[in-house]
Design a protein around this ligand. Structure first.
Ligand code: ZN
Ligand code: ZN
Length: 155
């Protein structure tokens, strides 16, 4: 079973992330910026701007994003079970026996309301990787770390 979950960007094109190590939230820019080198490819891992720890590219989901994906997954799973039961019921009903299994339930479950992304936090960029801007919380403790190479920098 495959499904996709939409993670919203804020008005400036940033997506909210959470460090798997220090669990603080920041945002990174989604996709390439005008300054990105044409042959630039997203790295396999990133550095947390706060604690400087490195983690794989798919380890930065926020709690809200994970909760949302879980809700969507449950709905898809419920849908898959309902579809299977409906198929079984059709088979049984077609045999014309005395058993009649009916499956009721919504055929299309509503998805949870989409995540919202407020345009908060402060945009900064590490001098060594200016084309990979991030947004960090206001009361930050410097130095910050470059998302790409982990170099410390002051804003
Ligand atoms: Zn961190
Ligand atoms: Zn860098």
């Amino acid at each position: 079973m495959e499904f996709s979950v939409e993670v919203p960007l804020d008005a400036d094109g940033f997506v909210r992330r959470e460090c798997p190590n220090c669990e603080r939230e920041f945002k990174w820019f989604d996709g390439a910026t005008e300054e990105s080198p044409p042959d630039w490819e997203d790295p396999d891992s990133y550095f947390c701007p706060y604690c400087g720890q490195q983690a794989g590219g798919d380890e930065w989901w926020t709690q809200a994003q994970l909760n949302y994906a879980e809700q969507v997954a449950l709905i898809y799973a419920g849908q898959a079970v309902t579809d299977e039961l409906t198929g079984m019921a059709r088979t049984i009903n077609r045999q014309g026996g005395l058993i009649r299994l009916e499956v009721s339930g919504e055929s299309e479950s509503p998805l949870p309301p989409p995540l919202q992304e407020p345009n908060d936090m402060v945009a900064v960029a590490a001098p060594c990787h200016l084309f990979e801007p991030i947004k960090v919380i206001d009361d930050l403790v410097e130095p910050l770390h470059c998302l790409i190479c982990g170099n410390p920098f002051e804003v």
